[in-house]
Design a protein around this ligand. Structure first.
Ligand code: FAD
Length: 477
């Protein structure tokens, strides 16, 4: 019998899992995909928002304001790339200037430090590539960018190393309450018993809720698409550059990434299919025109890929984080749209409070270890690199030329406590395939290393989820 079952291994479920790892409880995370962070956590702008945008008094405002300052410590403990870049919201007309004033006042109400309304001259002195049509901006010093995948993987590893269990490829399909515990049944016939259940299933959270209660909220997927540009465009902006928000969201953003690339997007489109992360020429064309409004010099020749992610829009308009009134011990953490990433650490702490209030006994462990490390070869100095290669020659073999990733790092990504089992899993953990060639050169080599280290045949190695086979058969015997 488990004390707590967390459904969903996105940034929210994993932040909760890591928080649970601090206590003497038996906890597990159940995830339907073959890897952690394969839902919305895989595809977003990776911005740690300052927190001026959400309506004062909302859960989004509260957890964004509390979550943002938590990132420095968490990312240091977990060895995850994080940078406080600052952000700008641009104004292109007087109406936009009024919006900036309102955002500034909201920010004050939300308790956000380090905001400033900038003149055109000040803006130009900070960002040379911003359109000269912009005649002012709201600057927020505390905004930042983070390696979202790295953070999610690191949270998972740290939770597992502190004895939380993780079950991948387990899709929850039904639940019953028997006595004081839930039986959670998965499609693969695995079944878990837990006294408390946390529902952090992203765009599927309403479906999970309806396994134990009558419908009380609905989640609608709202898709957002992006261009990813290579490092030649990475220096286009130093800050995260927004336009004025609308009721569909924060608008098209130009965002530097922690890996040195540039993201341009997203759009916002309500769709029916909760699994549809395709991109469309219409959506990308819109982003292109809006991106050009902020930075006219953006070069779309440097686009290396496109992607889309699904926001979990709830019909309440806010995060839903509460014990179900219909099912005791069942905690919904639903409707976690943007700024969900920025809020995740604060949400996790709050969920611990909710569990405690619901009767879960949470005693702190003496031996919780918050530290998790990852070796990145290119961050070592020359003598450290030489020493490492002497000790392990696999660090002397570069597999991904675009990102300069060695065989040693790939093997490490596979062998870690929540190791990669797919080509995209390796990419998520140490970046081969993130560069200009998008895995054209290193993909088959990564596949070979996965097969060797996992003791599988090359043909069994998948790109991402189940059945995403890369090889379909041999051309020669
Ligand atoms: C376009 C876009 C841009 C965004 N930009 C930002 C940003 O810059 N900053 C920010 O703070 N936030 C941003 N967000 C929001 C942020 O990405 C999300 O709030 C966050 O990733 C949500 O995490 P999650 O864990 O709730 O959901 P997910 O990452 O979707 O995780 C839910 C998990 O549950 C699993 N699951 C579902 N059903 C089942 C089942 N039946 N059984 C088992 N497992 C199941 C899924 O496979 C998934 O892994 C953005 C979102 C989008 C879409």
């Amino acid at each position: 019998m488990y004390d707590v079952a967390v459904i969903g291994a996105g940034i929210v479920g994993l932040s909760i899992a890591r928080e649970l790892a601090r206590y003497n409880v038996r906890a597990l995370v159940i995830e339907k995909c073959s890897d952690v962070a394969n839902g919305t956590t895989k595809a977003n702008s990776a911005i740690v928002h300052a927190g001026y945008d959400a309506k004062p008094g909302s859960l989004m405002a509260r957890f964004n304001a509390k979550g943002n300052p938590m990132f420095d410590k968490i990312c240091e403990e977990l060895d995850v790339p994080f940078k406080r870049t600052g952000s700008l919201v641009l104004a292109f007309c007087q109406e936009d200037m009024d919006t900036l004033q309102k955002l500034y006042e909201r920010g004050i109400k939300n308790g956000i430090p380090g905001m400033e309304l900038l003149t055109r001259e000040k803006l130009k002195s900070m960002e040379a590539n911003i359109s000269s049509e912009a005649f002012g901006a709201l600057y927020a010093k505390t905004a930042g960018i983070v390696g979202t995948w790295e953070l999610a993987v690191a949270m998972a590893e740290n939770a597992v190393e502190n004895s939380v269990e993780l079950y991948l490829d387990c899709e929850v399909e039904s639940m019953e309450k028997q006595g004081d515990a839930y039986t959670v049944n998965c499609k693969n016939e695995k079944c878990f018993r837990a006294r408390f259940v946390v529902n952090s299933a992203g765009v599927y959270a309403d479906k999970i809720n309806e396994m134990v209660a009558s419908p009380s909220f609905k989640i609608n997927p709202r898709r957002g698409q992006y261009f990813v540009m290579d490092k030649s465009s990475g220096g286009m902006v130093k800050n995260v550059v927004f336009q004025c928000p609308s009721k569909m969201g924060k608008g098209v953003v130009v965002v530097p990434t922690v890996g040195g690339n540039l993201l341009v997007g997203p759009d916002a489109e309500d769709i029916e299919d909760r699994g549809d992360t395709s991109t469309t020429s219409k959506g990308l064309e819109y982003i292109r025109s809006m991106g050009g409004k902020s930075c006219p010099n953006l070069s779309y020749e440097s686009v290396i890929t496109t992607f889309s992610g699904l926001r979990a829009e709830s019909d309440t308009g806010d995060f839903i984080i509460e014990e179900s009134s219909q099912s005791k011990g069942f905690i919904n953490v639903a409707g976690i749209k943007s700024p969900g990433l920025s809020s995740a650490p604060a949400i996790a702490e709050y969920v611990i409070d909710l569990l405690r209030k619901a009767g879960c006994c949470l005693e702190e462990k003496d031996d919780f270890n918050p530290i998790r490390k990852q070796l990145r070869f290119s961050e070592l100095n020359e003598s450290e690199q030489r020493e490492l290669i002497k000790h392990d020659p696999r660090y002397g073999r570069v597999i991904c030329r675009c990102e300069n990733i060695t065989e040693g790092e790939i093997v490490d990504a596979i062998k870690r406590s929540v190791g990669a089992r797919t080509v995209d899993g390796v990419k998520k953990r140490c970046r081969p395939g993130m560069g200009r060639c998008q895995g054209g050169f290193c993909g088959p080599r990564v596949q070979e290393i996965l097969a060797r280290e996992l003791g599988k045949d090359m043909s069994e190695i998948v790109k991402d989820g189940k059945e995403s086979y890369i090889l379909s058969g041999s051309t020669k015997e």
